[in-house]
Design a protein around this ligand. Structure first.
Ligand SMILES: Cc1cc2nc3c(=O)[nH]c(=O)nc-3n(C[C@H](O)[C@H](O)[C@H](O)COP(=O)(O)OP(=O)(O)OC[C@H]3O[C@@H](n4cnc5c(N)ncnc54)[C@H](O)[C@@H]3O)c2cc1C
Length: 478
């Protein structure tokens, strides 16, 4: 059996390690960039850190005693993935600088084309192309006319000096909050252009002491226990967000509210920073230092609407020109692009773009009807809330490997979710979404074009249970 994995981020590395372990060594990981790492290669902005604890944001089979902080910085996370890939000797499977442009199912196999003209023919494709991968640029008049440096947060230009400069940040998501926390003390002036205020969950980020790291090294079971305790604790959070009337969501709301009330001194600023929707309706932001930073004398929150960008800075609706040297677009990602713009053609000649009109849909976020032997990690409608996507990908991979085993054992040659099972589950999912906190009155990237959350709306335990064993009656096998 020959396989292709598309993408060498967290999920692609995981796939390579697991395929190798299973003895399925005839595969290539296609990666369009010049090195592995995905998100953690692309995002290098100041202040970048994970927002689930590092000991949870780790592969369960590669726990490490060496994490520096509870929420370790981005460069360290990148280093972790690089090291795990090297130690498991899977870099040899990766072809860098090779962007997959098309996958077509013909003659019972997938024909793969890359931008460089390389062709491959495989039995199984695993798309590990990421969720938060394609930067979303804001549509603001005059953006190109800006005279200083302007870049998206996921394309941070380290050649641009920010120390002592006037910096503007558009956006108020996790990324913007992390940047503000990190750079305010370095810059001359920081302007945060805020369209929507955010709830901020207070969260300390202590460094691990040498003694703690030594105890993890000496007693690896401490690491395992910590990993499973954190997974359980985050399970509580995952359950809270899917039930907007749960006591747990109330606790989160109370903590965020107290953080705002207790830590923002100026009543006028406090009101501008007060969201008008419920906590966790948008992806919950955690920060040890945002309120501190934004109250520094050189920091300013601007809530007036951005009218246009001019060569000297940003003009807001009150007529004021905010003069800037650097403008950072912390405006997020096109979360519903998935592996597109790749052209993917399934069994019936139907393309994925057609199948995904008007919106992406997949069975358990893994399989699309009539796209046999094509599996996704972190595909549409999966659990992407505030918990470890590594755990999600590990569970999904274990599930996918059971489907691959059927092909390998000769039980079938082609397998994909049935249209019936996909539609039934999608109807159930849409209904369940009505109870979640994501529909309680905010706009977020979780919501699809109808305003329905395009994510897993059930407790995480249900996801774990579903991932344990494929219900084969929900699959079409030939
Ligand atoms: C700033 C930021 C912070 C985050 N923090 C957390 C966190 O704390 N906890 C958490 O769980 N998640 C977090 N995430 C989500 C994060 O994206 C995932 O945890 C994880 O890194 C996703 O891994 P992935 O392999 O699925 O995708 P990615 O890391 O996006 O990797 C996808 C790879 O596929 C490659 N690729 C895409 N298309 C093609 C193609 N056509 N051909 C070849 N190669 C292709 C890309 O170049 C990339 O290397 C964060 C995301 C961002 C942006």
């Amino acid at each position: 059996m020959r396989l292709a994995v598309i993408g060498a981020g967290m999920a692609g590395i995981l796939s390579a390690i697991k395929l190798d372990e299973a003895g399925l060594t005839d595969f290539t990981v296609y990666e369009k960039a010049d090195r592995l790492g995905g998100t953690w290669r692309e995002n290098t902005y100041p202040g970048l850190a994970c927002d689930v604890p590092s000991h949870l944001y780790s592969y369960s089979f590669a726990l490490t005693p060496e994490w520096s902080h509870r929420f370790s910085p981005g460069a360290e996370i990148y280093g972790y993935f690089e090291r795990v890939a090297r130690e498991h000797d899977v870099v040899k499977y990766m072809r860098f600088g090779e962007e997959v442009t098309a996958c077509e199912f013909t003659g019972g196999r997938w024909q793969i084309e890359t931008a460089s003209g390389h062709h491959d023919e495989v039995d199984v494709v695993i798309a590990a192309t990421g969720v938060l991968h394609h930067p979303r640029y804001p549509d603001i008049e005059g953006l190109d006319s800006f005279g200083g440096a302007c870049f998206h947060s996921a394309r941070w230009d380290h050649g641009v000096e920010i120390d002592g400069k006037r910096i503007g940040i558009i956006g108020t998501g996790s990324t913007a909050v992390q940047i503000v926390g990190e750079v305010t003390e370095r810059v001359r002036h920081l302007t945060l252009f805020q369209r929507t205020a955010q709830w901020i969950m207070p969260q300390e980020n202590p460094a691990y002491t040498d003694e703690e790291k030594a105890s993890f090294r000496e007693e690896p079971r401490h690491l395992t226990t910590l990993h499973s305790n954190l997974a359980e604790a985050f399970g509580i959070f995952a359950n809270a967000v899917v039930d907007s009337s749960s006591p747990e969501i109330k606790m989160i709301e109370d903590a965020c509210l107290a953080n705002l009330e207790d830590n923002v001194r100026d009543p006028e600023l406090r009101e501008r920073l007060r969201p008008t929707y419920r906590a966790a309706c948008k992806r919950l932001i955690i920060s040890p230092n945002f309120y501190d930073a934004i109250q520094q004398p050189n920091a300013e929150v601007v809530t007036e609407h951005i009218e246009r960008v001019e060569p000297a800075g940003v003009r807001t609706s009150d007529g004021r020109l905010h003069e800037l040297d650097v403008l950072v677009l912390a405006t997020g990602f096109k979360a519903n692009a998935f592996m597109r713009p790749m052209r993917i053609t399934g069994r019936s000649g139907r393309t994925l773009d057609e199948a995904w009109t008007p919106r992406p849909i997949a069975y358990l976020s893994i399989s699309v009807p009539d796209f046999p032997n094509f599996f996704m990690l972190n595909g549409p409608n999966g659990p992407v809330g505030n918990f470890s996507l590594i755990e999600v990908a590990e569970l999904q991979f274990a599930y996918i490997s059971r489907l691959i085993d059927r092909i390998r054992a000769g039980d079938c040659r082609e397998i994909s979710a049935s249209a019936d099972a996909t539609e039934t589950l999608e109807a159930e999912r849409t209904k369940a979404a009505e109870k979640t906190v994501w529909v309680t009155g905010c706009k977020s990237w979780y919501l699809d074009d109808r305003g329905i959350p395009a994510v897993w709306p059930w407790p995480f335990e249900r996801f774990r249970t579903e991932m344990r064993e494929p219900k084969l009656e929900h699959f079409e096998q030939r």
